[in-house]
Design a protein around this ligand. Structure first.
Ligand code: AMP
Ligand code: GLY
Length: 419
């Protein structure tokens, strides 16, 4: 079978790496991919060039396409491929709206009684500000549409909330993604990411994970795409899991079906474990980055087989096995990230690090036979061991082998998992 992975980051490298292990898979392509993906043949087509991707898949007789990022999904890549009779893993445009519009996701949760923070959706700043005053601070102001993780503003003071609402609705700071705002109650607790395979009819959760969104240790500094992850999250106990599976995952799948938006692919629930129980912060319509780099190494089953079962609505017939051994992924980022990112810095130590770790490339480039940095998040170093402490030690040992000018990384990935 020939497989095409769409996207170019660390998540996509993890997908390529896992799919390449499948006995069903002869060849993996990645569009556009990055130079570190040794397991794949790179295809020079951008992830949002849907027509060119479909043309390539037809010409090369690709048997299965797997989509990493949200943008092509919300643009309708799955609908386009299916119209052309091409097999593709991911949600339709209508189903991907669960990530593409926070207002849609919140209204869905309200309608079907799925636990989430109290909220309001507004197009007029006066009304949004009135609502923020009613719920009080801290509160959270969110641009409705996709904003590459930057559209969520936690407001400690009412003045911050007013400014955030005006930035989004009046000054159009997020363009059309900000034609509506969601204003919501601030939730306290620990965050957990639960990704689940779904085929429209059945939903099967993966093992839990925790992301580290802030740039600096102890969750300080600006939000990033994610500076590291670990799996499992010990706070996601069997009791919490039972609630999430029933009240969040099963209900959401059913709700999407009732709305005529059957969800197929990966449904990612970002949860806050509050004292009143788990509540949904957001849904994503895809694998998380860097959660994937901490979750997929634990998957013992064949990912290609699972994805085919999803496409054929036979997920209930699959037995999906996971390793008990925890996994940690530490992200290495460029100087200046997340505000800017340096490029073209020579990376050393990759081979030595790979002796005892999985080295997932997120933004690297081969220049004259040597790898250089090529973006904000450069690498993800994943390690697995019998205990989380051993996995963490192993990860940082591998990290210590790698260097490039102004490399940044957090030194506390996985610390919250040590009880
Ligand atoms: P989202 O993209 O909606 O998940 O928001 C990004 C991050 O903002 C989340 O991972 C949380 O850390 C934080 N966040 C979002 N909504 C809330 C909320 N209602 N209460 C507290 N923190 C939140
Ligand atoms: N790790 C957060 C995300 O993938 O959206």
């Amino acid at each position: 079978m020939k497989v095409l992975v769409v996207g170019s980051g660390g998540r996509e490298h993890a997908l390529v790496w896992k799919l390449a292990q499948s006995p069903l898979v002869e060849k993996v392509y990645c569009a556009p991919g990055n130079d570190g993906m040794k397991e794949a043949q790179l295809v020079n087509i951008k992830a949002d060039d849907l027509n060119a991707l479909a043309e390539f898949a037809q010409k090369e007789a690709i048997d299965l396409t797997v989509v990493g990022p949200e943008v092509p999904l919300t643009m309708g890549i799955v609908d386009l491929f299916q119209e052309k009779g091409l097999k593709i893993f991911g949600p339709s445009k209508a189903a991907a709206e669960i990530e593409g519009s926070k207002a849609f996701a919140k209204d869905l949760m309200a309608k079907y009684n799925i636990p989430t923070a109290a909220y309001g959706v507004f197009t007029e700043s006066d009304k949004a500000i009135q609502f923020a005053k009613k719920i009080g601070v801290p509160c959270v102001v969110k641009a409705d549409g996709l904003a590459a993780g930057k559209g969520v503003l936690i407001c400690e003071k009412m003045e911050d909330a007013e400014n955030a609402i005006k930035d989004i609705l009046v000054d159009n700071k997020f363009g059309s993604a900000g034609s509506r705002v969601v204003v919501e109650e601030f939730l306290e607790g620990q965050e957990v990411s639960v990704l689940a395979f779904a085929d429209g009819e059945h939903i099967v959760p993966m093992v839990s994970a925790q992301d580290h969104k802030r740039i600096f240790d102890n969750d300080k500094g600006l939000n990033t795409g994610g500076m590291g992850a670990y799996s499992p999250a010990p706070i996601y106990t069997d009791d919490v899991r039972a609630v999430v599976e029933k009240e969040v995952l099963a209900k959401t799948l059913e709700a999407m079906k009732k709305e005529g938006r059957d969800f197929s692919g990966v449904l990612y629930a970002g949860l806050m474990l509050t004292k009143d129980g788990p509540k949904v912060l957001e849904f994503n319509a895809r694998f998380g980055d860097p959660e994937t780099q901490a979750v997929l190494p634990r998957l013992e089953s064949d990912l290609a087989e699972i994805m085919l079962a999803v496409c054929d609505k036979k997920l209930d017939q699959m037995e999906i096995k996971w390793s008990d051994n925890p996994c940690v992924c530490v992200v290495l980022a460029s100087g200046g990230y997340p505000e800017t990112s340096e490029k073209g810095k020579v990376i050393t130590g990759l081979e030595k690090a790979a002796d005892n770790a999985l080295v997932f490339h997120a933004a690297t480039k081969l220049v004259d036979g040597a790898y250089q940095t090529n973006g904000g998040r450069v690498l993800g170093i994943s390690t697995q061991d019998e205990t989380i402490v051993r996995a963490i030690t192993k990860a940082y040992k591998a990290v210590s082998e790698i260097s490039f000018e102004n490399m940044q990384y957090r030194t506390d990935i996985g610390k919250k998992a040590i009880l």
